[in-house]
Design a protein around this ligand. Structure first.
Ligand SMILES: [Zn+2]
Length: 475
């Protein structure tokens, strides 16, 4: 399936550098017609091949079920390595466990004394149920101006854009101003244990001298009006606590009195938590986002009255709304084994997310809402991260966006979830979500993430290629 597109691209270097030369030499008929055919072929550029690259990646099923039962990312890692090796790079494929492979390569910059820039993307995707979709989620169908399929926005789009830009720069002999490290990673959708986390812990040397990074869930557009299009650059991520709650009670016969029923106690605590609204906490990133939005809209936004603000944001409100406070959502319940037996124990699972700087407050408040009967255990936790929205790299984003979209304005925002950026921050790397995409205002972009009929506009990909290329020139 991926062969056709690859063969087309493989012909290109010969055409680029050989075209026309034969005519001056005096050539045979067969050489001439071949040469004429090549001259008539459209020139391959990053923009012209980005949709093919995205489709090829979608066709490689890299579903990550979180329990190691998926097909693994090896094929995708090999595909990526092939695309880079075609232009003389020597990418490394690093396997953390069988089939769980990531691809890393360093591209030398003009000034090797400058610190490096990391561009990272994950190649795994969340599973998809084909029956729900308009097109097979692993067919990479190109229809209605979009590439459809699981991973189209999360995040084989950015993987393809990165490949397209880098291949184009290699094809045309344009070095980046400083070292670039490209990392195409396994296992982001299950916390990165077999991808980013593994590389940071076991192979930190790959990222030697890297001080800044760009990755996913940022750089996408939100059209405010015909004078302003905001591009949301991720500068912060909430942290997480996945927990198990347990209440121990008195076991007994279901027909008898029992004033210490574990299920009753637990359910009361879980219901209190589920209905609890944590207080509004405006972090510096959210404050900056709201200020920019106020300015763009020309109206004062009152954080105490966020309903109006969120209404203005339309589809992306669900991404922004939960960055205004800590949250804790009950997600699983477990107790009992027979209808006439009161069990001695009941459990619940809770997905907790806290804002940068509010972890302690979050846990203390959680415990006070749950009360003394509930035992709380942490199953998995990860930190919140936040960087400031300033410096030369941010300038490079603004400049690159504005060159391709005169009404562009890059603004910082906080992501309610987490990405591989959390791992890279452990190496002292400043991380930004910047995978530039210009989106039609009617597309429910937030709904595309892990959603049915995930798709990305081809024009959006091409825009992203142009912006990334300019961004690299300016980085
Ligand atoms: Zn992702």
């Amino acid at each position: 399936m991926v062969g056709r597109a690859r063969a087309t691209r493989a012909e290109v270097p010969g055409w680029c550098w050989g075209a026309g030369a034969g005519w001056r030499r005096g050539v045979t008929v067969s050489e001439r017609s071949e040469s004429a055919e090549r001259a008539a072929a459209p020139k391959v550029t990053g923009e012209s091949e980005v949709a093919d690259l995205c489709r090829d990646l979608i066709r490689i099923d890299t579903s990550n079920y979180g329990d190691g039962s998926g097909p693994g990312e090896r094929k995708a890692a090999e595909y990526v390595a092939e695309q880079l090796a075609e232009f003389g790079l020597e990418p490394q494929i690093i396997e953390s466990a069988k089939g769980r492979a990531s691809t890393v390569v360093r591209i030398e910059g003009e000034d090797r004394s400058r610190p490096g820039l990391l561009i990272h993307g994950h190649t795994d995707v969340v599973p998809a149920n084909a029956a729900d979709w308009s097109y097979d989620p692993f067919s990479g169908e190109i229809a209605d101006g979009c590439v459809w399929g699981r991973g189209a926005v999360d995040m084989k789009d950015m993987d393809a854009m990165t490949l397209a830009v880098v291949r184009d720069r290699l094809r045309t002999g344009r070095k980046p101003p400083r070292d670039l490290v490209l990392a195409f990673l396994a296992d982001e959708e299950a916390g990165g244990t077999y991808g980013a986390r593994y590389l940071v812990d076991k192979h930190p040397g790959l990222f030697e001298g890297v001080t800044e990074a760009i990755g996913e869930v940022g750089g996408f557009s939100f059209t405010v009006n015909d004078r302003t299009r905001l591009y949301l650059v991720e500068t912060a991520e909430k942290g997480m606590h996945w927990m198990r709650l347990t209440v121990e009670g008195r076991a007994g016969h279901g027909s008898m009195e029992n004033d210490d029923n574990a299920i009753t106690e637990l359910c009361e605590a879980v219901a209190r938590l589920g209905r609890h609204q944590f207080p509004l906490r405006i972090t510096k990133t959210v404050r900056a986002f709201l200020d920019e939005l106020s300015d763009a809209l020309g109206v004062e936004l009152d954080p105490e009255n966020m309903d109006e603000t969120l209404r203005v944001l339309g589809g992306i409100a669900k991404m922004i709304g939960t960055t205004l406070r800590n949250t804790a959502q009950p997600t699983m319940l477990g107790a009992g084994y027979k209808v006439n037996v009161i069990p001695g124990q009941a459990t619940a699972h809770v997905d907790g997310r806290f804002l940068p700087g509010y972890e302690e407050e979050f846990l203390a408040e959680l415990d006070s809402v749950l009360g003394p009967r509930v035992k709380r255990e942490s199953l998995h936790s990860d930190k919140a991260i936040e960087t400031s929205f300033d410096g030369a790299l941010v300038e490079a984003m603004q400049t690159a966006l504005r060159a391709e979209d005169p009404i562009a304005r890059a603004v910082p925002y906080c992501l309610s979830g987490g990405t591989d950026a959390k791992s890279f921050q452990d190496l002292g790397i400043r991380c930004f979500g910047f995978a530039p995409l210009q989106l039609p205002p009617e597309l429910d972009f937030a709904g595309m993430f892990h959603g049915v009929d995930e798709r990305v506009p081809v024009d959006g990909l091409k825009f992203g290629v142009r912006v990334l290329d300019r961004f690299i020139d300016a980085c």
